[in-house]
Design a protein around this ligand. Structure first.
Ligand SMILES: CCCCCCCCCCCCCCCC(=O)SCCNC(=O)CCNC(=O)[C@H](O)C(C)(C)COP(=O)(O)OP(=O)(O)OC[C@H]1O[C@@H](n2cnc3c(N)ncnc32)[C@H](O)[C@@H]1OP(=O)(O)O
Ligand SMILES: NC(=O)C1=CN([C@@H]2O[C@H](COP(=O)(O)OP(=O)(O)OC[C@H]3O[C@@H](n4cnc5c(N)ncnc54)[C@H](OP(=O)(O)O)[C@@H]3O)[C@@H](O)[C@H]2O)C=CC1
Length: 478
């Protein structure tokens, strides 16, 4: 019997961000491997006209949960959607719900966050820092709490080249910034944001780093752990390969490349594309929850969930898989036209936000993650596999792209040959356009410059000589 499955089998678990990409896969795996668990409390806000309960039903009716329904037919009775809004100071949880959470929660997985790179600092502070603080406050009052797992990001300290599994501090204390958010108005906050975030690239990364400081300061006697994933991608294996349902990270660009809107991208081809499949992140998260509760390490352990140092893939390889050109210096979007200007402007804006991450490489230590792997029984090493050494990138990316088509774009897979044909057509138009452009420029140059004319005659006579030599030697051989 798996020790990890048995451990969660009797627990009441609280998940924030359960309606998000990572949260859904986490819930799915928990139910599939520990169908006997008591309850999963999820903090949900109403969205797009749906109540929290309706949102849960929609998630349970999705393809992702098909296997769960087989092993845990009463899954809908085991999810308790609790109305909450992490944008509110008290998280807007009712008194009764709060009482229930404080009395019964055994494990917390805190996944909720704003992952927008350009969020206003006030909002990013509220969601990523203040809500984390509030949750820690709640956790400190929970009588049955065994472990609190906080999801951070491997890029929280991307201002450093080598990143260890420790908490680094930011120059200004999170409390001071939280206090100042209460009285500064939006425009002043905007003015001081670049100074505050310093050498971190955006408010998301900055506030995730501050959240770690809050965890360090306010975790009290809790059994606490932090997980830092790099760029989280589609599932590798579980519950099936290629599952993805949002356009964050590389996914949006893969779509843009696949649809032919994006032909080239300014990236460092050899820079490491530090992707980790979401099922790997989830397996590590569950293993960490178990280890933290059972072994109770003396201090907060940080676990890097990265791939670059173990099984690296680079942006050049990824771009090649998408028939896209990763160029070090030019920044070119191939198919243009006035009717596409708006779309292109948005794409360029997105690219400018992601550029920072595709032109650099980082070195993350993974001592704690490796230590944990050895602590697992052979059965758990298989069932909760977070070893990326055996991941075949080309196969993974192929499934990722197919997954985008199937689960995100909901396209008809029977139309793949047609789509390939369309892609080929766009590529040919692109080549034709470039050739025509080259010929026009060249023609203009020849007309105006003696040097260009000399180069042209040299090339033509060289080609002629080469052809004559080739013809003569093939006649002799015959
Ligand atoms: C081919 C191989 C090479 C790939 C090479 C990729 C490198 C990829 C490195 C990632 C590195 C992460 C490293 C930190 C990893 C974490 O720790 S966290 C998770 C990552 N978080 C994210 O990825 C969030 C990034 N996204 C954002 O911050 C915002 O969407 C943006 C980029 C600032 C755009 O904001 P906005 O202009 O207000 O636009 P928004 O309303 O969000 O969307 C507008 C349009 O842009 C599109 N869009 C939004 N995001 C994207 C996107 N990522 N891509 C494309 N289109 C997008 C939407 O589809 C939308 O279209 P419509 O719905 O209007 O048709
Ligand atoms: N995706 C990635 O590449 C990486 C992600 N991470 C971290 O992993 C965690 C999960 O990310 P991911 O799943 O990708 O993100 P998503 O954007 O998919 O999910 C975010 C979750 O947070 C919830 N949330 C946001 N605002 C509120 C609010 N005001 N009240 C209640 N809930 C709210 C969302 O709920 P709702 O559905 O209502 O919007 C959603 O469930 C985050 O902490 C992120 O920093 C770390 C590294 C990489």
């Amino acid at each position: 019997m798996s020790m990890i499955s048995a451990f969660y089998g009797s627990k009441s678990i609280l998940i924030t961000g359960a309606t998000g990409f990572l949260g859904k896969v986490l819930m799915e795996k928990l139910f599939r491997t520990s169908p006997d668990l008591k309850v999963i409390y999820i903090l949900v806000r109403p969205k797009a006209g749906q109540t929290p309960q309706q949102r849960v039903l929609q998630i349970l009716n999705s393809k992702l949960f098909e296997k769960v329904k087989e092993v845990c037919p009463n899954v809908h009775k085991k999810i308790r959607a609790i109305y909450a809004d992490l944008d509110q100071n008290d998280l807007a949880i009712s008194k009764e719900d709060m009482q229930e959470l404080l009395s019964y929660t055994n494990i917390i997985f805190h996944c909720a966050a704003t992952v927008r790179f350009d969020d206003h600092l006030r909002h990013a502070m509220q969601l990523n820092v203040s809500a984390t603080q509030q949750l820690l406050l709640m956790a400190n009052q929970m009588t049955k709490l065994e472990a609190f797992v906080h999801i951070s990001t491997a890029y929280a300290n991307c201002n450093l080249k080598y990143i260890d599994e420790v908490i680094y501090s930011c120059p200004v204390e999170p409390k001071k910034i939280m206090d100042s958010m209460e009285w500064l108005d939006d425009s002043i906050i905007e003015d001081i944001t670049p100074k505050l975030i310093g050498d971190r690239p955006n408010t998301y990364i900055y506030t995730k780093a501050l959240a770690e400081m809050v965890v360090q300061k306010e975790s009290g006697n809790l059994n606490m752990a932090i997980i830092r994933p790099s760029i989280v991608g589609a599932t590798w294996q579980e519950p099936f390969p290629g599952w993805i349902d949002n356009i964050n990270g590389p996914t949006g660009l893969i779509i843009a490349a696949g649809k032919g809107f994006l032909r080239a991208l300014r990236a460092t081809p050899m820079a490491v594309a530090d992707l980790v499949p979401v099922d790997i992140v989830v397996n590590l998260t569950l293993a960490v929850g178990w280890y933290t509760a059972v072994q109770r390490p003396k201090s907060t352990l940080i676990y890097h969930c990265t791939s670059g140092n173990i099984n690296p893939c680079n942006w050049g390889k990824m771009g090649h898989k998408h028939l896209m050109c990763i160029v070090p210096t030019s920044y070119l979007v191939g198919v243009t036209g006035p009717w596409m200007t708006k779309l292109m402007n948005r794409l360029l804006r997105t690219l400018s936000m992601l550029e920072y991450f595709i032109n650099r490489s980082w070195d993350w230590s993974t001592y704690n993650t490796e230590m944990l792997m050895f602590e697992l029984s052979p059965e758990d090493q298989k069932l909760f596999n977070f070893d990326v050494r055996h991941l075949n990138w080309m196969e993974y990316i192929e499934n990722y792209v197919l997954g985008i088509k199937m689960y995100l774009l909901k396209e008809d897979m029977a139309k793949i040959p047609e789509a390939k044909q369309h892609f080929k057509k766009l590529r040919n138009i692109h080549y034709l356009f470039n050739t025509a452009l080259f010929l026009i420029v060249w023609r203009l140059l020849i007309a105006r410059s003696q040097i260009a004319r000399n180069v042209w005659f040299f090339i033509v006579s060289f080609c002629y000589k080469f052809l004559s030599y080739f013809r003569a030697s093939s006649t002799l051989n015959a």
